[in-house]
Design a protein around this ligand. Structure first.
Ligand SMILES: [Cu+2]
Length: 146
């Protein structure tokens, strides 16, 4: 009788230990995964898109879609010649202007592909490019001058 009771207690004890061990492991694993997944998209959204200097020009393909610019953030070298190839996917006209530096007059009618070239500001910093028609809708792009 005593031996049997001890045996049961020993088995029960090892089951509790095993249960504790597996619970700890699965909790650690499931907690780590969402943290990694949450960080990846945020890092991608914040990184400005860059482009190589080809023939003295940095060229960016930009979509004008649903009153947004995509990418919404580009990085260029100070004073660089910058070319934007703008594809308007919307049913209304867009353009790119800045109140902080000079961009030649341009417009992209609905569904059109247009190109505009300008000199990036000589001073490093963050500048704003906007669509004059959709300022109220927040249609803007960040120009990071490095
Ligand atoms: Cu617009």
């Amino acid at each position: 009788m005593k031996l049997t009771a001890l045996g049961v207690a020993a088995v029960a004890g090892s089951m509790i230990l095993a249960a504790c061990g597996s619970t700890t492991q699965s909790t650690t694993t499931s907690a780590a995964r969402p943290a990694v997944q949450a960080q990846a998209p945020a890092a991608q959204a914040q990184a400005p898109v860059t482009a190589p200097v080809t023939g003295g020009v940095q060229t960016f393909n930009v979509l004008e879609t649903a009153n947004t610019f995509q990418p919404a953030q580009i990085a260029v070298q100070a004073g660089a010649r910058v070319r934007l190839v703008l594809r308007n996917e919307d049913g209304e006209e867009h353009n790119v202007v800045s109140t902080q530096f000079t961009i030649p007059q341009n417009q992209q009618p609905a569904g059109a592909l247009g190109t505009v070239e300008f000199a990036a500001p000589a001073r490093a910093g963050t500048y704003e490019i906007i669509c004059a028609f959709h300022t109220a809708q927040g249609m803007k792009m960040r120009l990071v001058v490095q």
